[in-house]
Design a protein. Structure first.
Length: 207
């Protein structure tokens, strides 16, 4: 498909939208033509919401989840159990677990997982800030809720070693989440049960 369209404005919009993950030129063209068929207010509202999102969104200074303030709504909610931390790879995983309505603790978003082949080392993700949270002494349990891939298990084991000297429970999702599964694609029922039936990490690692 040609990269040049009938209008420079159309061409520019398609090129920008096609930079989004999973969006090719043909999909971008369909989206742009759809927007052109809508009232001008629709496109204006979309553009303004994206600009506002980029300018005003923050990352929680405690858990690294997205937020509109220095501390996110989850960390600042007095009804949450602040003695339990669920460690996840990304913000998408926070959303997935929240949708199960089976977890009422806090989160810690690593921002990735250890992957030497991709050049991602422990220092590239938020592991030290997790250790600092645990070191404060208010945490009784850390749940390792990473994808059951080789990289996820490597990260789990690294975190387990970093937290081994603290007097806390370290648990992992039950294997209702199949080995090799990405957490964000696990259905909510299975994910919820995996959280409720979590097991000690040191026992699961021997399996």
């Amino acid at each position: 498909m040609s990269n040049s369209f009938s209008s420079p404005l159309l061409d520019s919009a398609i090129n920008e939208i096609s930079k989004l993950p999973g969006i090719g030129k043909k999909s971008a063209l369909r989206l742009v033509l759809h927007l052109l068929r809508q009232d001008e207010d629709v496109a204006t509202a979309l553009g303004e919401s994206i600009i506002k999102l980029r300018k005003e969104i923050k990352y929680c200074k405690i858990c690294h989840n997205i937020s509109t303030s220095e501390v996110c709504e989850i960390c600042s909610d007095p009804k949450r159990d602040n003695s339990v931390i669920c460690v996840v790879e990304s913000i998408k995983d926070v959303i997935s677990i929240e949708n199960t309505h089976q977890f009422n603790g806090l989160y810690h978003v690593l921002g990735g997982i250890i992957s030497p082949i991709d050049g991602i080392s422990p220092s590239d993700i938020e592991i030290e800030s997790l250790v600092e949270r645990v070191a404060k002494g208010d945490i009784s349990e850390v749940i390792l809720a990473l994808s059951t891939t080789m990289e996820g298990d490597t990260t789990n084991f690294y975190i387990f070693r970093k937290l081994a000297n603290f007097d806390i429970k370290i648990s992992i999702l039950s294997r209702g989440v199949s080995i090799g599964d990405e957490l964000e694609y696990t259905d909510e029922v299975t994910l919820g049960r995996s959280i409720l039936n979590r097991m000690p990490f040191n026992e699961s690692f021997k399996i």
